[in-house]
Write a protein that binds this ligand. Structure first.
Ligand code: ARG
Length: 477
C-alpha cells in the first residue's frame, strides 16, 4: 500500500480502523463547507440553549459552550482557526475543537444529528445569501434607473427579430429589465418563506426521544413567520432529505443570470460598430492583444457566459435529488458547491453590472440617426387610417403598398408626395407629415406600459418610489 493509502483519519466507536487517505479525500467536505461555519455555530448555540433549558446542560456547561463557540466563531472570522481535514466537515471540526476546549462540548450533540445540523446550517446560510442577492439586485435596479433617467429623451429603434421595428425611448428598453429584476426580487421574497423553516429536532430522520423544545430553537434562530411565530418542519424525514429550497434558489439565480445575459447581449450589440449606440468606459472593456483598434465588452461577455454554469448548477442539483431514496444520503453533500458557486457567481455578476451601468454614455447622434427612419412609424400611419374609419387590415395593406412604392423609388416613406399617398388611399391628407414627427409620435402613446413620453415619466416616478421604499433585504417598508 502506497504512502497515500495510509490511514490518517482516526475514528472511534464501531470503526476500529479509519478510512484510507483516498477515502478521506473523496469524502471530505471541509474544503468547501467551511463557508457554513458561522451558520453552524449559530445553530449550535441555539441548540445548546434549548438543551440547557431541558436540564441536559448545566448553567456552567451552557456558558462554557456559548463562550467557546463565540471565541471559535471569532477565530474563524479572523482566519486563525485551524481546520483539520481529518475531521471531515465543518460540523465535526467545530464540535471537536469545542470539546477539546471544554468537556461540555461532548454533550452538544444531544438530540441532534449531523443530518438536521447540516440542514439547519444550509437554511441559515441560504437566508443570508438571499438577503445579499436582494441587495445586489436593488443596486442594479438603481443603476438602471439612473442611466435611464440621465438619457430620458433619447430614442432608439426597438427591435423584433433583430430588425428595426418601432421607435422606443432608450429608457423604456432599459426599464424592461427593471421589470425582470423586480420579479426576480419578488421570487426571492417568496422562496424565502419556504427556506425560513427550522429543521432542527428532526434528528437523523425520526426525531428524538428527548422532549426537545423545537419552537424555542426556531425562535432563537429567527425561523419565524410575519407574526413572529416559530416555524418548524412538520415531518422529520422530509426535513433531512429534501433540498428543494436550494433548487428554488438555483432556479431564481438561473433566471437572474438569464436576465443579465440578455442585458449583456443588448450591451454587446449596442457597443458594436454596427449599432454604436453606447460607449462603456475603458475600465470595463479590454483591448485585443493583436488588433489595436479593438475594444471588447468582456465584462458583458463573461456575464453572458457565466449563465451556463449557473443553469448547469441547477441541473446538477435536480439530477442529484432525482431517484434518491429517503432520507439522508451522502449524495446530498454534493449540493453545497453547486449552491455556493451559484450564489457567488450571480452576486458578483450583479455587483459588476451595478458598477458598469454607471459608466455607460450614450452616443446620442447615432441613436437619433438610427431612430429617424420614417419606416419605423409605418404602424402609426396605419393608425392614422384607422382613426378615419379604415379597417386595420386594409390600412395595413395600404401602408404596405406605400412602403413598396418608396422602396422602388429609392426614397424614404415620408418623401412620397401627397398625391402618391392619396392614390393609395384618398383619406390621406396633408397632416400625414405630422405622423412622421418622432417626438410627436412618442407623445401619442399614452397607454399604461406603452413607453410613450407620458407613461415613461410615470414609470420613472413609480420606480423612484418603489426602489426608495425598499428597506435593506427582502422586506419592503
Ligand atoms: N458533510 C455532510 C453533508 O454535507 C454532513 C452530513 C453527514 N451526515 C452523515 N450522516 N454522514 O451532507
Amino acid at each position: 500500500m502506497g504512502k497515500s493509502m495510509q490511514n490518517v483519519v482516526s475514528r472511534s466507536g464501531r470503526f476500529s480502523e479509519g478510512p484510507a487517505q483516498i477515502v478521506a479525500e473523496f469524502t471530505e467536505s471541509i474544503s468547501f463547507d467551511y463557508q457554513l461555519a458561522q451558520a453552524d455555530i449559530a445553530g449550535s448555540k441555539a441548540h445548546a440553549e434549548m438543551i440547557h433549558s431541558l436540564g441536559i446542560l448545566s448553567e456552567e456547561e451552557n456558558r462554557a459552550i456559548q463562550t467557546n463557540l463565540d471565541v471559535i466563531a471569532r477565530e474563524i472570522a479572523e482566519g486563525t482557526f485551524v481546520w483539520r481535514p481529518e475531521h471531515e466537515d465543518v460540523h465535526m471540526n467545530i464540535e471537536s475543537e469545542l470539546t477539546r476546549r471544554t468537556p461540555a462540548g461532548a454533550k452538544l450533540h444531544t438530540g441532534r444529528s449531523r443530518n438536521d445540523q447540516v440542514a439547519v446550517s444550509m437554511r441559515l446560510w441560504q437566508r443570508g445569501a438571499m438577503q445579499s442577492l436582494g441587495e445586489s439586485l436593488l443596486k442594479v435596479q438603481k443603476s438602471l434607473l439612473a442611466l435611464a433617467q440621465a438619457h430620458s429623451e433619447v430614442i432608439i429603434p426597438g427591435y423584433t427579430h433583430l430588425q428595426r421595428a418601432q421607435p422606443v425611448y432608450f429608457a423604456h428598453h432599459l426599464m424592461a429589465y427593471m421589470e425582470m429584476f423586480d420579479r426576480d426580487y419578488e421570487r426571492l421574497g417568496d422562496a424565502y418563506k419556504r427556506v425560513n423553516v427550522c429543521p432542527l429536532g428532526a434528528g437523523a430522520l425520526a426525531g428524538s426521544t428527548l422532549p426537545l423544545d423545537r419552537e424555542k430553537v426556531a425562535l432563537l434562530l429567527g425561523f419565524v413567520d410575519a407574526q413572529g411565530r416559530p416555524r418548524v418542519s412538520r415531518n422529520s424525514m422530509d426535513a433531512v432529505s429534501d433540498r428543494d429550497f436550494m433548487v428554488e434558489l438555483c432556479g431564481i439565480c438561473s433566471l437572474i443570470a438569464v436576465h443579465l445575459s440578455r442585458l449583456s447581449e443588448d450591451f454587446i450589440l449596442w457597443s458594436s460598430s454596427e449599432f454604436d449606440f453606447i460607449r462603456v468606459s475603458d475600465a470595463f472593456t479590454t483591448g485585443s492583444s493583436l488588433m489595436p483598434q479593438k475594444k471588447n465588452l468582456d465584462v458583458a461577455e463573461l456575464s453572458r457566459g457565466k449563465t451556463g454554469r449557473v443553469v448547469g448548477n441547477l441541473m446538477a442539483l435536480l439530477t442529484l435529488l432525482k431517484g434518491l431514496p429517503m432520507t439522508y444520503n451522502r449524495d446530498l453533500q454534493e449540493d453545497k458547491e453547486r449552491l455556493f458557486d451559484t450564489f457567488k457567481t450571480v452576486c458578483l455578476t450583479l455587483e459588476i453590472w451595478a458598477a458598469m451601468l454607471r459608466e455607460v454614455t450614450l452616443k446620442k447622434e447615432r441613436c437619433r440617426q438610427a431612430a429617424s427612419d420614417p419606416a419605423l412609424l409605418a404602424t402609426d400611419l396605419v393608425d392614422y387610417l384607422v382613426r378615419k374609419g379604415v379597417a386595420f387590415r386594409l390600412g395595413h395593406h395600404a401602408v404596405g403598398e406605400l412602403v413598396a412604392i418608396a422602396e422602388k423609388k429609392g426614397v424614404l416613406l415620408n418623401e412620397l408626395s401627397l398625391e402618391e399617398f392619396r392614390q393609395v388611399n384618398p383619406l390621406f391628407e396633408a397632416d400625414i407629415l405630422e405622423t412622421f414627427r418622432l417626438e410627436k409620435a412618442m407623445s401619442k402613446k399614452t397607454c399604461v406600459g406603452s413607453g410613450g413620453t407620458q407613461p415613461i415619466n410615470t414609470e420613472f416616478a413609480h420606480w423612484q418610489e418603489r426602489l426608495g421604499a425598499y428597506s435593506i433585504g427582502l422586506k419592503k417598508s
